[in-house]
Write a protein that binds this ligand. Structure first.
Ligand code: AHM
Ligand code: MG
Length: 323
């Protein structure tokens, strides 16, 4: 039985990164406890607040954000944090080595119906001479991440983590420890399962419309096989499914908001999930280029996302003109 920190040390992860991961998990355990209490703690439902993304915040969005911020900023390794729920980055220790970005509670529209949600995080090094309170310090492409992952609060709480040495999963035990339960996760290259919000179909680009139409044609269409569909509306749950049994998950650009590249956010969702997917042998793209190669110009930047089983993502990209 290997604990998270033991496993990371065994992988020769730098000591300070092991410590920071442990700190992150202190916050995630607290979030898991709050979620478990649900209505008993009076924390379900919507707050009066609207976040920087223009979305009404759930009470648990705010609680989770506050927990992560407080716990992380208490660790001197942290130079600054940036959150989907905060307008601007928050500075930590001026001599801290790391920056942490997070979506404190992804899929939070699911809270009130008791369906899975999760915390997504990404760790970067703070560039020399920059403050963790400056947006510019965070504007690094996804390939620069030193760790990324999520905690899925489902029937059990599972941490899925990469530090660039593959993807591993750890289950939260009743003793409060994250214990290694799946090592070196690999996504099957082929799939017959797709996930997309079909209600947006009429707003997509023609290339995406054509691809999904062909998925729906099943064995009678050019793709020659019958597909099944899933949509949890919780990216953490969708990515966890893809990492567990393969599949393709897509949240493409659509013309409801043509000025935005997509709905999901590059720094809090796109980059951390893309690194996990690539590390597990899958592929993650904007439909035109690898998400990890996108150079961010804003901390709250959005991105189109299509990720999962390598062959299926490659097929989807061919519809978008990839040779
Ligand atoms: P959130 O970060 O505000 O929760 O939004 C992100 C979520 C993803 O988890 C999920 O894939 C998507 O939004 C669902 O969107 P929709 O409700 O448009 O299907
Ligand atoms: Mg989110």
């Amino acid at each position: 039985m290997l604990l998270l920190s033991q496993f990371l040390k065994h992988q020769n992860t730098p000591d300070d990164l092991v410590e920071l991961t442990d700190t992150l998990m202190v916050a995630c355990k607290e979030i898991a406890i709050q979620l478990r209490e649900g209505a008993l703690a009076g924390i379900l439902g919507t707050s009066e607040e609207v976040n920087v993304q223009g979305e009404t915040q759930k009470k648990l969005d705010i609680i989770s954000n506050d927990i992560l911020k407080a716990v992380l900023l208490d660790n001197p390794l942290v130079a600054g944090v940036a959150s989907e729920e905060e307008e601007e980055p928050v500075a930590g220790n001026p001599n801290g080595k790391y920056l942490v970005t997070f979506d404190p509670l992804d899929g939070s529209s699911n809270i009130d119906i008791n369906v899975s949600v999760g915390t997504i995080f990404s760790i970067l090094e703070c560039p020399e001479g920059m403050s963790g309170g400056d947006e510019a310090a965070f504007l690094q492409a996804g390939r620069k991440q030193v760790a990324s992952g999520y905690v899925l609060y489902g029937t059990c709480a599972v941490l899925t983590l990469t530090t660039g040495n593959g993807v591993n999963m750890f289950t939260l035990s009743h003793t409060g420890d994250f214990i290694l339960t799946r090592e070196n996760v690999q996504i099957p290259e082929q799939t017959q399962e797709f996930a997309i919000n079909m209600s947006n179909q009429r707003f997509w680009e023609p290339a995406m419309q054509n691809y999904v139409s062909d998925l729906l044609l099943g064995e009678e269409g050019p793709l020659g096989k019958r597909y099944n569909m899933r949509w949890v509306a919780s990216m953490v749950a969708e990515v966890h499914r893809v990492l567990t049994r393969g599949g393709i998950f897509m949240y493409p650009w659509d013309k409801r908001a043509p000025e935005k590249p997509g709905k999901l956010r590059l720094m809090y969702e796109g980059n951390p999930m893309s690194w996990l997917i690539e590390q597990a042998g899958g592929r993650s793209t904007t439909c035109y280029k690898d998400i990890l190669d996108v150079e961010p110009d804003k901390i709250h930047q959005r991105v189109a996302v299509a990720l999962g089983s390598k062959q299926e993502v490659t097929t989807m990209m061919a519809y978008h003109g990839e040779k």
